[in-house]
Structures are given as C-alpha cells and as structure tokens.
Design a protein around this ligand. Structure first.
Ligand SMILES: N[C@@H](CCC(=O)N[C@@H](CS)C(=O)NCC(=O)O)C(=O)O
Length: 226
C-alpha cells in the first residue's frame, strides 16, 4: 500500500489529485509542517529535503511532487501523453518548468508578500513580477488547447493545478482577471470529482493553522537558526 506523506499545501495536493484520479489505494500520513514534523528523523529518511509531499511504495521512496507524479504515472500508465518523443519532450519541459519555476517563484512571492518583514520592496516586487510572468506562460499555453499538453488531461495539469489553487494568495485577489485561459482551465480541473476529493482531504485532519513564533521557527529556519 502506498503511504502518502501529506500536508494541505500546493505541492502535496498535486499528488492527492493523482491518487484520487487513479484509484490507487493509499494511506495518508499527515505531516504538520508548522509543528516541525518534517524534521522528524523517520520522515527525513524518506525525504532528505524535509518537505512534503513524499511517498513510499513498498521499498521505494519518492520525494518531490513532480517526481512523484511521474513515478505514479509510469507505474500505472495513466495520465501520460501519447507515447512519442515529441509528446514526452513537451511533458518533461512543462513538468520541469512547473517544478523549477512556478513552485519556487510562487513560494518566494508568498513569503515576501505575507511573511517577511515589511519594507523589503525590491524582493517583494521581484518575486511578484517573476511569479506573475510564470503564470502568464501557463495562460499562453492554455490559449491553444483545453489542457496543458493539448487535448489530453495529464500529470502536467495536476502539477500546475496544485499551485494554481493559490493564485489569489500568491498574486492578489484580482489576479485571475489577468489569466483568462488559466482560469477557464482551473475551473475545469477543479470541478473534476477527484479534485473535489483532493481538496476535501484537508478536512479529515487537523493541521496547525497559526503561524505563531513556534511555527515560524520551523518554517523559516534562516531566522530561527535551527
Ligand atoms: N520541490 C518540492 C517542494 C516541496 C515544498 O516546498 N513543500 C512545502 C509544502 S508546499 C513544505 O513541505 N514546506 C515545509 C517547509 O518548508 O519546512 C516539491 O515539489 O515537492
């Protein structure tokens, strides 16, 4: 049975969507990052990067959300594009773009918008600009087809959906107005029964909500010196 190390945040929710779409049986292990559970030695043995998500599948461990999506897609043969080098090239390009661009820039945009000390305008503007630019590329891609790779719903859509849930939090409440194609696609994916179930997982567990001093000491270790 797959064990899914879960937290209700953008990267784990991508994996929740795949698991719900595929029907693979899985057990959830909640990891409360605001309590520092990502640093427990038993979890670090599965993800040396101390972040969610991760999975174990028998004696296999996989960490990093897009690696998990690719692993599960290859394991099941589901949610992959057609089996051509051209289609695989597109899939890998967008998966890496989301992993190395959308995720990190969104994460830093959130940090400087919501959590960093006030007055760091240069950093705030840089990450807002870059995050917005990255979502603009998704919007452009979705102008040419219903899904990220065209006609077929794939793991690239799942990878993008995890972060797109947070677009207003990353860029501001009016941000969707700038991305009409992305919003059309986001509503389409969010309406899928598996997406509704993936979103609802958070209600089955109690995660710490407060970003108090203890939570900040776990989440922002450059400040706490932990
Ligand atoms: N590259 C990783 C990033 C994972 C990541 O940043 N996870 C966040 C939740 S979305 C986390 O666990 N943060 C806890 C921490 O930074 O201590 C992936 O795509 O899985």
């Amino acid at each position: 049975m797959i064990k899914f190390y879960y937290n209700p945040s953008p990267n784990p929710v991508k994996v929740a969507l795949f698991l719900e779409e595929s029907g693979l049986p899985y057990d959830i292990v909640p990891v409360d990052t605001r309590k520092g559970e990502q640093f427990a030695p038993s979890f670090v043995a599965i993800n040396p990067n101390s972040k969610t998500p991760a999975i174990t599948d028998g004696d296999v461990r996989v960490f990093d959300s897009n690696a998990i999506l690719l692993y599960l897609a290859e394991k099941t043969g589901k949610f992959l594009p057609e089996n051509t080098l051209k289609a695989r090239g597109e899939m890998l390009s967008w998966l890496m773009f989301i992993a190395s661009g959308i995720g990190p820039y969104s994460g830093q945009a959130v940090h400087f918008k919501h959590h960093a000390p006030k007055g760091l305008d240069y950093a705030l503007e840089r990450y807002q600009f870059e995050a917005r630019r990255h979502y603009g590329l998704l919007d452009g891609q979705l102008a040419v087809g219903p899904y990220m790779l065209g006609a077929t719903y794939t793991i690239v859509d799942m990878a993008a959906w995890g972060w797109c849930r947070a677009v207003p939090f990353v860029l501001g409440d009016d941000a969707w107005a700038s991305f009409p194609n992305l919003k059309r696609w986001f509503d389409l994916v969010s309406a899928r029964p598996a997406a509704v179930r993936a979103n609802a997982l958070k209600d089955k567990y109690t995660f710490k909500a407060d970003m108090d001093a203890d939570a900040r000491s776990h989440m922002f270790r450059h400040v706490s010196g932990a």
